[in-house]
Design a protein around this ligand. Structure first.
Ligand code: NAD
Length: 405
């Protein structure tokens, strides 16, 4: 802290700001990462109206972007009218990759490794008694021969049921443990031993039906489908379409202490699995003329492990959400992603994103201009009325209000 203060020329008030940590105290933060000089806060909201698999959920969301919580809550209400969201997760299988280079006869090695499958799985499982007792553990082995830029190499996939953990550490440990057997069986040299974030054995599939009258009639239903179709035809739109889905998923991930980079990496790699970047969701019109949405995305999350137990707010979020297993958490997150997607598509296909967004954006500008909480509403009202939603305008309005007073 002293070095940073000197280096950046911080004044005492700024150092005090860094020292003022929230519920994640400095001592805990300092154990989580390195070179800690503070903690960082974001707004924590709760999205409402969620009905997933016939259960009501209050959804904690941590995010800096306006409209996300409101959008999710609104769209969840439309989905509720059609019976809510049906969400189902596959088994919680993570993949660990073991790279083998300099293999004299790659296809022979495939067989030699598979012949020792039981031995390999048993050794992997010996690294985690707790997991095995809970019914999880290494389940299967796959071996592929790859044509890489430096010639043929093998990659072994260890498929592990990680139960209620995100699982990266679990499977990394297993991959390291079994490496010697794989070297012995293949005659090659093991290099990388690391989890794959393309968690395509750990998918969530979420589905919803929104009655056409609830969402604004035939034209709106058609508009949403046209909006989705652009994403299906064009990666420039698909990227933004999927970003909207991740707005919801990542906000819940932050609130519950998940590895958000792993989720992003997995989702986008899955979106490109057919060799072209595609939308993770599909929207169509059913025989009644209602809107139907379907989302399929890998969601690797945990309710144990990682930073979840050390971060008091992550634990609290899981309690508010009322989920006990990683699978249920993933199912709710899939539902949130689908609903968030709907909120964005409907706004885009009707009045455009800005009208709803701008009031919330103006609120951030008012704060950025230095408005105190009691001044914000007045600043927002005038800024929105002016149609010039800029920081300069917010500043100008604030000055005017203050001088008037
Ligand atoms: P972890 O290492 O804390 O492991 C969880 C442990 O909890 C397990 O080993 C198991 O023994 C025990 N456990 C108790 N109850 C359990 C239950 N019901 N189900 C499953 N396990 C139970 O955590 P992890 O989930 O293995 O690893 C997650 C962490 O790894 C994250 O913090 C992530 O950021 C980090 N990480 C990610 C990557 C990546 O995504 N590429 C790479 C390395 C590390």
């Amino acid at each position: 802290m002293r070095i940073v203060k000197e280096f950046a020329g911080l004044v005492d008030d700024e150092v005090e700001l860094l020292k003022k940590t929230g519920r994640l105290g400095l001592e805990v933060a300092d154990k989580m990462i390195e070179n800690v000089i503070g903690t960082f806060e974001l707004p924590y909201g709760v999205a409402v109206n969620f009905l997933v698999n016939n259960r009501d959920y209050l959804v904690p969301m941590v995010i800096e972007e306006p409209s996300v919580v409101a959008g999710a809550s609104n769209a969840a209400r439309w989905c509720r009218e059609g019976g809510g969201v049906v969400s189902t997760a596959t088994e919680q299988i993570m993949i660990s990759q073991i790279q083998v280079v300099k293999v004299p006869s790659p296809h022979t090695a495939v067989i030699r490794i598979l012949e020792r499958k039981k031995e390999i799985l048993d050794l992997a499982n010996s690294t985690n008694d707790v997991l095995v007792k809970l019914g999880g553990g290494a389940r299967d082995l796959e071996v592929r021969v790859l044509d890489s830029p430096v010639g043929k190499m093998l990659v072994v996939h260890l498929l592990v049921d990680v139960r209620d953990a995100m699982g990266a550490n679990i499977v990394n440990t297993m991959a390291e443990a079994v490496a010697p057997i794989i070297e012995d069986a293949s005659g090659g040299r093991v290099l990388l031993r690391i989890v794959s974030n393309l968690a395509d054995r750990r998918l969530v599939k979420s589905w919803t039906r929104v009655p056409k009258d609830v969402i604004g009639g035939e034209e709106v239903v058609e508009g949403v489908v046209y909006a989705w179709a652009l994403a299906a035809a064009d990666p420039y739109r698909a990227a933004t379409h999927n970003k909207g889905i991740m707005n919801g998923i990542i906000a819940v991930a932050l609130a519950t202490g998940q590895d958000t980079r792993a989720l992003e990496a997995g989702a986008h790699a899955y979106a490109a699995r057919r060799g072209r970047y595609e939308p993770l969701s599909t929207w169509e019109i059913d025989e009644r003329g209602d809107l139907v949405g379907y989302l399929e995305v890998p969601i690797a999350v945990g309710v144990v492990g990682g930073s979840i137990k050390s971060n008091p707010l992550a634990k609290l979020s899981l309690k508010i959400l009322g989920v006990r297993t990683a699978r249920e958490l993933a199912e709710v997150m899939g539902a949130v992603g689908l609903v968030q997607n709907l909120a964005a598509l409907r706004a885009l296909a009707t009045e455009g994103i800005q009208r709803g967004h701008m009031k919330l954006h103006a609120r951030q500008l008012a704060l950025a201009a230095g408005a105190r909480p009691e001044e914000v509403d007045a600043v927002v009202e005038e800024v929105v009325k002016s149609g010039r939603i800029t920081l300069e305008k917010a500043q100008e309005v604030l000055d005017k209000i203050r001088s008037r007073r």
